[in-house]
Design a protein around this ligand. Structure first.
Ligand code: PMP
Length: 446
């Protein structure tokens, strides 16, 4: 099939029903601020920050100019045994923003790479301290940590895992999901309350199965993003921190979605007042403009890894890991400009202010509509779960996504959920448009 002047059948689209797409192509050719321009000349509101990335909105001149200037100065340099000025500055800014003693940044190129990097750091750290037997990871049901083998293994979205069976990491267990469908149906800018049972599940159910002294790390998204924006119960993350500390287990927060302002704070760690041992980031760090990810590790982890090499010759590599594009100067220039822009325009605070506006609008327009099972809003994001069509999982949300697209709004369908997570620059009228278009589509697909 051809469309305009290019073929449409050579790109195998990621996470997309490709056969259906060929019949109803949705192609962007431009973007500015809150809007995309489509191949047929229409404007579409970016209701999802292009998959949680574009916090500052599209086509930000300061970021574009920084990238162009970097291309003209130092286009690329390897990061192995040499480095570049922008990588150090970007790391300095990220470390300054990250909580507590999270000061050592390992750069990579995506959230998936960040997940696998953090799991490798955990194993290497324990081994460096003479506890190489700690090789079990604990993730959570419906968690998402990307599509590489480590992240997929600790992740808990069945569709992401089921084809790969025995190829997944062997020593992994999962905490149960953090949503009580009865009592947490409507959550708006509050932490749901649940019983001690779920707060102590790690201690009481999971760890006894494995012997805590064999567990390397627990990895969770502070708020479950890809599952559809599910908010942890009050005290949940604090309890994970306490239990991990008690047993010498590392705690990894995957902040690929929650990092850089989505909750109105730099990180979810700040919002919840809980510091992990490693914090994974990607997406909004460059406003999505250039791929970048990373893991911020605590000084304690770094020092242990370096200390373990005390007697080894100095030319020996302490952590045998890295990517050709780790700390790419163009990506780092984009990150520096993005973080400066967030600061100059006070955009995290703006996300914090607009969050309740989005939540209010979604709850008042959508609560009570046919098939609506739950609405959860926190920070500048809201997830809406709908009853599935029997025998056709995900179809209702997918059809509603298509309907909204054709009416000028990009919403994210994730299983039975629809999610909004707009750029932090979003205006009230745009929120109203997004929510009303979605409400009408939900009614049409009743
Ligand atoms: N972790 C989380 C929490 C994510 O939301 C995502 C992407 N949605 C990833 C990891 C994977 O990131 P990427 O697609 O950049 O590999």
């Amino acid at each position: 099939m051809a469309y305009n002047d290019f073929r449409m059948d050579n790109q195998w689209l990621p996470f997309t029903p490709n056969r259906a797409f060929q019949k109803d192509p949705r192609v962007f050719v431009g973007a500015d601020g809150m809007y995309f321009t489509t191949h047929d000349g229409r404007q579409i509101i970016d209701g999802i920050s292009s998959l949680w990335c574009v916090g500052a909105g599209h086509n930000r001149k300061a970021i574009n100019e920084a990238i162009k200037a970097q291309l003209d100065t130092l286009d690329y340099s390897t990061a192995f045994s040499v480095s570049n000025d922008k990588a150090f500055r970007a790391a300095e800014m990220i470390a300054a923003m990250a909580p507590g003693d999270l000061n050592k940044v390992l750069f990579c190129n995506s959230g998936s790479e960040a997940a696998d990097t953090s799991l490798k750091v955990a194993l290497a750290y324990h081994r460096a301290r003479g506890e190489g037997h700690r090789n079990i990871f604990i993730g959570r049901e419906r968690g998402y940590h990307g599509v590489n083998f480590g992240g997929m293994s600790v992740g808990g979205i069945p569709a992401n895992r089921k084809v790969y069976g025995a190829a997944l990491l062997p020593r992994v267990d999962h905490l149960r999901f953090i949503h009580d469908p009865v009592n947490h149906a409507y959550i708006h800018n509050q932490e749901p309350v649940w019983n001690e049972d779920i707060l102590l599940e790690l201690e009481n159910r999971i760890l006894p199965l494995h012997d805590p002294s064999n567990v390397a790390a627990v990895i969770v998204e502070p708020v479950a993003g890809s599952a559809g924006w599910y908010i942890p119960p009050q005290g949940y993350l604090k309890r994970l921190r306490e239990i991990c500390d008690k047993h010498g287990i590392l705690l990894i927060f995957d902040e690929v979605i929650t990092g850089f302002g989505r909750l109105g704070t730099p990180f979810a760690s700040d919002y919840y007042g809980v510091q992990p041992d490693m914090l994974n980031f990607a997406k909004a760090v460059t406003n999505g403009v250039i791929p970048m990810g990373g893991v911020v590790c605590s000084d304690r982890i770094y020092d242990a890894m370096m200390g373990a090499h005390g007697s080894a010759p100095e030319h020996a590599i302490e952590f045998f890991h890295g990517y050709t594009y780790s700390g790419h100067p163009v990506a780092c220039a984009a990150a520096i400009a993005t973080l400066e822009l967030f600061q100059q325009e006070n955009l995290f605070a703006r996300a914090g202010e607009m969050g309740p506006v989005l939540g209010d609008a979604a709850h008042s327009a959508i609560k009570g509509l046919p098939n609506v099972i739950s609405i959860r809003s926190l920070g500048l994001a809201v997830g809406i779960e709908l009853a599935s069509i029997p025998g056709l999982p995900g179809k209702r949300a997918y059809d509603i996504f298509l309907d909204c697209y054709h009416r000028g709004v990009l919403v994210r369908n994730a299983g039975e959920n629809l999610v909004f997570a707009p750029p932090y620059i979003v205006e009230r009228e745009q929120i109203d448009t997004m929510v009303n278009v979605l409400a009408d589509a939900i009614k049409r697909h009743a």
